[in-house]
Design a protein around this ligand. Sequence first.
Ligand code: ATP
Ligand code: MG
Ligand code: ZN
Length: 461
Amino acid sequence: MAREKILFICRECGYEAYKWMGHCPSCHGWQTFQEERVSKGPLKTGSALQGGGEMQLLNDIAPLKEERYLTGIGEFDRVLGGGAVPGSTILIGGDPGIGKSTLLLQAALQLSSRNYKVIYVTGEESLQQVKMRAARLNLNGDSLLVLAETEYETIERQLLQSAPHLVILDSIQTMFKSEIGTVPGSIVQVREVTASLIQLAKSRQFTFFIVGHVTKEGTIAGPRLLEHMVDCVLYLEGERYQNFRILRGVKNRFGSTNEIGIFTMESRGLVEVDNPSALFLEQRPVDAPGSVVVPSMEGTRPLLVEIQALVTPSCFGANPRRVSTGLDYNRVALIIAVLEKRLGLQLYNGDIFVNAVGGVKVMEPAVDLGVSLSISSSFLDKRVLPNTLVVGEIGLTGEVRPVNRLEERLREGVKMGFQRCIVPSGNLNKTFKENISDLSPKLDITGVSTLAEALDFVLPG
Ligand SMILES: Nc1ncnc2c1ncn2[C@@H]1O[C@H](COP(=O)(O)OP(=O)(O)OP(=O)(O)O)[C@@H](O)[C@H]1O
Ligand SMILES: [Mg+2]
Ligand SMILES: [Zn+2]
């Protein structure tokens, strides 16, 4: 029988130790060690990249033909950077029940109906359950291959025999190698199975979509290393009790990570949203204090998002609370400081809640002006001018700084019926005005150079 030993492994960096430690000497994480029972010598993760080990002139290397597998789901393909690259591994994480299996089964069915050989490996659901879901999705499943298996060696044997283009593994936490003595889902198993999958992908040009569960902290369960190993990391997110879902790129070796894909969860699966701005503004209260709409860029696409703020007096003697959802907390803190210092708003003894409505994350500084006006609006209990969009970055002296891609933002605003927009005056040069001259009958554009100016205009009197 193989000798067993107990190792303690850091979840973040994979550092191994023989005793438990509270603090990782390698990545300096706290409480990151996890006990694992390993029945073998040191683990090997060699490189099996094609042509590995031999030096070559960059010039002599034959380029890959830029073929990509299009899933046929436009939002998914865009987040992937224009489809999946052959031989790459793509990790998809998300909360339980959010729709990971649904999305991948949809993609698998579409790809297989276009003459790609696709294998769906299920470790969590039975073949009948997969069948049921496919029936619900109402897509043609004639040529999709399905395998219910969790042992890596068996899966590998089958994949080598049938040589597919794409493989879906649902999920990595259920797969195990029997030569490693630990339970499925342990750090060692997840790491070793993933390493082998990546080797297989590179040497055989299989494309893997790997489903990963997420932990309470919202990161993919298992070693952090997992995200470094694979080519692409996507998260499927959404508010639990609302039916839309956002697919977000966190890492992509073959494309931008700014893109998001937006879907709604329907009984026939995930459906692409054609007009996301409409979705996010759907239930907007008309003319309530604290509500401001900003045009934010999500990758290459402008998205109108409502920012809501609520400022209330803190309990006597308690520390004021500052809560932000969907926004950069530090940025919000900075904006509050600027409002206090430059505009003299007495926010220091108020609780402040700021929220980007609808579960989107808007992290770019171009929403600063919108956030500051929504906080001011709630604090002063005055409505923002109706039908108004607000865009601009804020500096520490209270100046409003120019933003990029203003034209696209304004066009999205006009599309959604907005009639007024407050923009940084620094953006309004001659060429810009010429470019958007067709918008002027529909959109009243006002340039501001300071926060005070914006406030006077938007919250008059
Ligand atoms: N008949 C149905 N009509 C509408 N929606 C459904 C139906 N059946 C399932 N769903 C939706 O699909 C979701 C399940 O999606 P799916 O199984 O793809 O999630 P998952 O991310 O793979 O979850 P897990 O992590 O548990 O594997 C459910 O939460 C539910 O919202
Ligand atoms: Mg699932
Ligand atoms: Zn560590």
